[in-house]
Design a protein around this ligand. Structure first.
Ligand code: UDX
Length: 442
């Protein structure tokens, strides 16, 4: 066991980013990836998903000799002072969280610690519900290792706050590092692993740490949902939500971030985490009614741009529609919970022919919706279209000119679901421009 050597279990988005951030800050990391294909790709310096910064950081970390990618968890755990669990926590059909990978990893780590005498801290980085670390994880580790904190094995929670597209920067320069531990020596060890990282250190117990993560994502998702709700009201009364948002965002108690109205929130975290915590609240007899409403709003919101287009075209049946933007947000090929999916389905259900485009997510969206027609370029998607919906705020779409819409489309009707364009400029140039949260006279 080496004091500055860390084991990270799971070579996905969170595990890899975490491992590379530790290596950057001088730690030695052994990353366990059990899927052979993924492991081989990672060991040869290839990142199997798109995330800015990692393509350079991974080969550099491997070349430095401070990152090892392995398949054998036992050796990796027993040669390290701490293991970070970064495995997936998928949703079940009812929205509750499926902890089977966390439980399996905790048991594997426990077995690797059995019969040893050196101390070890098992740190949960995967997003898990309050009480999981001191409950299920501790139990699994203790049962399999036959050790407890009295014999040097304890558990901690250290949630991540990584956003896709900026994950590596978020990991290198966190605003806060939540150290959820039960004992002073565990807190000291965890803090020492983060030596050199900027950010406030928040020393709490593991259950508080887990709650911080859910509260953080719930508040952000709720801000987006409330922005969407107000945006719909603004459109109805003929004003522009973005003008309203700019004004309220200047109040330091509110702040300017996460007020962008659009087609709703997607991605691997917000929908899943809000569903999980609302299911948890229901189970415990502490219903989270506001978050239930946030989820309902997010289901309904993708239909807003569809309705705007329907109104503009006087119906969608037989119309040719360009759907620009399939990723759940810009700069990623991730389509998990993308709002493009309900938009695509609603357009098709209304009888429209839909031509899709995305600079990066065409392939992944095609896997989600095999019948989707993915066009190779923006112009090809716009060609002869009766209308267009903008769903992702790619900079490529910001650069589309009114002339391009007018030149390519049958009718230059553009519904901006992410407020990509300047309404005044678009309308002055003769585009029939409509947007979420924008009154027609707005
Ligand atoms: C989020 C959190 O930001 C991150 O801290 C957490 O660890 C994981 O979840 P991510 O899902 O990568 O990260 O993306 P984020 O940029 O937060 O956007 C989430 C969704 O909300 C996207 O679909 C985005 O389009 C939408 N959104 C965000 C809005 O609709 N309006 C906004 O103002 C902000």
């Amino acid at each position: 066991m080496e004091k500055d050597r860390i084991c990270v279990v799971g070579g996905g988005f969170v595990g890899l980013t975490t491992a590379l951030a530790f290596v950057h800050h001088g730690r030695r990391v052994v990353l366990v990836e059990v899927i052979p294909d993924k492991r081989v790709a990672l060991a040869s310096g290839q990142v199997p998903f798109h995330e800015p910064g990692l393509d350079d950081a991974l080969p550099a970390a491997l070349a430095s000799g401070n990152l090892e990618i392995v398949g054998d968890l036992t050796a990796a755990v027993s040669s390290s002072c701490a293991t970070f669990l970064c495995v997936g926590t998928p949703s079940r059909d009812d929205g509750s969280i499926d902890l089977r990978f966390v439980a399996a990893a905790a048991r594997d780590v426990g077995r690797a610690l059995e019969g040893r005498t050196t101390p070890h801290l098992v740190v949960v980085k995967s997003t898990v519900l309050p009480g999981t670390t001191v409950g299920l994880v501790r139990q699994a580790v203790e049962e399999t290792s036959h050790r407890t904190s009295d014999t040097g094995v304890s558990v901690a929670s250290n949630p991540e706050f990584l956003a896709e597209g900026t994950a590596y920067r978020d990991a290198l320069e966190p605003e806060r590092i939540v150290l959820g531990t039960l004992r002073e020596e565990d807190r000291e060890l965890l803090a020492s692993l983060y030596e050199g990282f900027p950010g406030d250190r928040l020393a709490v117990d593991p259950t508080t740490a887990e709650t911080i993560k859910y509260a953080s994502n719930s508040f952000l998702a709720a801000r987006v949902a409330l922005s969407n709700e107000f945006a719909n009201l603004c459109a109805d009364v003929g004003v522009d939500w973005y003008t309203v948002a700019d004004a309220i965002g200047r109040d330091p108690r509110i702040g300017p971030m996460f007020l962008r109205a659009g087609a709703g929130f997607g991605g691997s975290c917000f929908p899943k985490d809000v569903r999980a915590v609302t299911a948890f609240g229901r189970e415990r007899g502490q219903p989270l009614g506001i978050l239930e409403a946030v989820l309902a709003n997010n289901e309904a919101q993708p239909l807003v741009p569809v309705r705007l287009l329907e109104e503009a075209l006087g119906g969608l049946a037989g119309k040719r529609v360009a759907l620009l933007g399939l990723a759940f947000k810009a700069d990623t090929d991730d389509v998990r919970e993308t709002r493009a999916q309900p938009i695509w389905r609603a357009l098709r259900a209304a009888g429209a022919e839909v031509l899709c485009h995305d600079p990066m997510a065409g392939k992944t969206f095609g896997q989600l919706e095999p019948e989707a027609v993915i066009m190779p370029s923006i112009d090809a998607a716009l060609q002869d279209a009766d209308g267009c919906i903008l769903q992702t705020e790619w900079k490529e779409y910001q650069a589309i000119t009114p002339e391009q819409y007018k030149g390519r489309m049958n009718r230059a009707v553009v519904v901006d679901g992410r407020r990509i364009h300047d309404p005044v400029a678009m309308r002055a140039a003769g585009v029939d421009y409509r947007a979420v949260g924008l009154g027609l006279q707005g």
